[in-house]
Design a protein around this ligand. Structure first.
Ligand SMILES: *Cc1c(COP(=O)(O)O)cnc(C)c1O
Length: 366
């Protein structure tokens, strides 16, 4: 079965933005577990979550996050339902009172969605925005009210193709980060964030589960009731097993976390990601036929956005990519052009294959 899927196309280079590429060994082990989980004769899909079969999976997943992100004692690791979109509302629901102020950075599609939800719970100020320049850069100067309950940043804007290189650790208020598209891709001082959240399907697993890292000391200052399932404190108390977690998605995340550790951890992946991004962007800027969209110093190592200086050739280029097994290169419907996503599990060889194709295409058209 698995073999026939692989031979369907000899080589596929998966540049999808999300859900996206995962390590081959994760797919293989996850597919074995669907048939026979840990030699139990049972599928991972038919075991209870409160059993000695699944509890160790959740425990290992949480431990691995702590270890790989070097988290201190105050930071709790949760695997929660829903995509990162759920966190857009769950963060303010847990932190923001009606008369409180939250500070947000306005850096693109995802930030805008987070801002919209926060406004349902309290006051929101915009600490910095690059909307005027079509979100092609990251704000360099922030103006954060000292009374703000927290500052929210989107560490990597998946659609615009920008990434915060200098995290505003010293903004003076608690920091919250949406890391959906660059989680585990680079070393940051994770303990300086009070909340980090990420939908798993971009860089650490299958869709359906969120990673939430929360400093437990910032919780509990709310003055309104929070529904049980949305209160972080309940999930902390129950070790992320308040109700039935998305068992299979947590399992796939655990396998991916094991893989990250085996690669040498986040620092080793950062090195590889830097190499992939350097190869891609160096090629892009060396070819006049292609044009990067984003401010150079703010460009994302995860999602590279670009257009062609001769738009009439865009369709032909996409066709060539398709013929050579390169998928997911078309830009997001809201911005057009192209987007190449280079998450952790994407191999350097895939970037090499794409840059070779770009050079060849540019040569033939030049
Ligand atoms: C994809 C994405 C989201 C939304 O994730 P869902 O799982 O679809 O809710 C939020 N923020 C960022 C930065 C993303 O890339």
């Amino acid at each position: 079965m698995i073999e026939s899927v692989q031979s369907a196309k000899s080589v596929v280079h998966n540049f999808n933005a999300g859900p996206s590429v995962l390590p081959k060994e994760v797919f293989e082990e996850a597919s074995r577990a669907v048939i026979n989980f840990n030699d139990t004769g049972l599928s991972i899909l038919e075991i209870g979550h409160r059993t000695n079969l699944f509890e160790p999976v959740m425990a290992e997943a949480r431990e691995l996050v702590k270890e790989l992100m070097h988290l201190d004692h105050d930071h709790e690791v949760l695997f929660l339902h829903g995509g990162a979109t759920t966190q857009f509302m769950q963060v303010p629901m847990n932190l923001l009172n009606e008369n409180d102020l939250a500070s947000y950075t306005d850096t693109g599609t995802w930030a805008v969605k987070a801002i919209k939800e926060a406004k349902l719970f309290g006051h929101v100020e915009i600490a910095g925005s690059t909307r005027e320049t079509n979100y092609t850069s990251i704000p360099k100067q922030l103006s954060v009210s000292p009374t703000a309950v927290y500052l929210h940043i989107t560490t990597n804007e998946t659609i615009a193709g920008t990434q915060w290189k200098n995290i505003p650790y010293d903004c003076g208020v608690p920091l919250v980060g949406d890391m959906s598209s660059d989680i585990l891709s680079r070393v940051l001082d994770f303990n300086k964030f009070e909340i980090i959240y990420a939908g798993a399907q971009k860089n650490m697993g299958a869709a359906g589960v969120n990673l939430v890292v929360v400093n437990k000391n910032i919780l509990g200052r709310g003055n309104k009731p929070i529904p049980t399932i949305l209160d972080y404190r309940n999930h902390i108390k129950e070790a992320s097993m308040l109700n039935t977690p998305p068992v299979f998605a947590v399992y796939v995340a655990m396998l991916t976390l094991r893989w990250v550790k085996k690669q040498g951890g986040v620092a080793a992946l950062e090195k590889l990601n830097n190499a992939k991004a350097a190869l891609f962007y160096d090629t892009l800027y060396s070819l006049p036929l292609f044009k990067g969209v984003v401010n150079k110093e703010d460009r994302s190592n995860m999602n590279a956005t670009f257009v062609m200086s001769e738009p009439a050739l865009e369709k032909e280029f996409l066709e060539r990519c398709k013929e050579e097994g390169m998928i997911g290169i078309k830009g997001h419907r809201s911005v057009g052009g192209f987007r190449v996503s280079m998450y952790n599990a994407l191999k350097l060889e895939s970037v090499k294959a794409l840059t070779d194709l770009m050079k060849d295409f540019a040569n033939k058209k030049g």
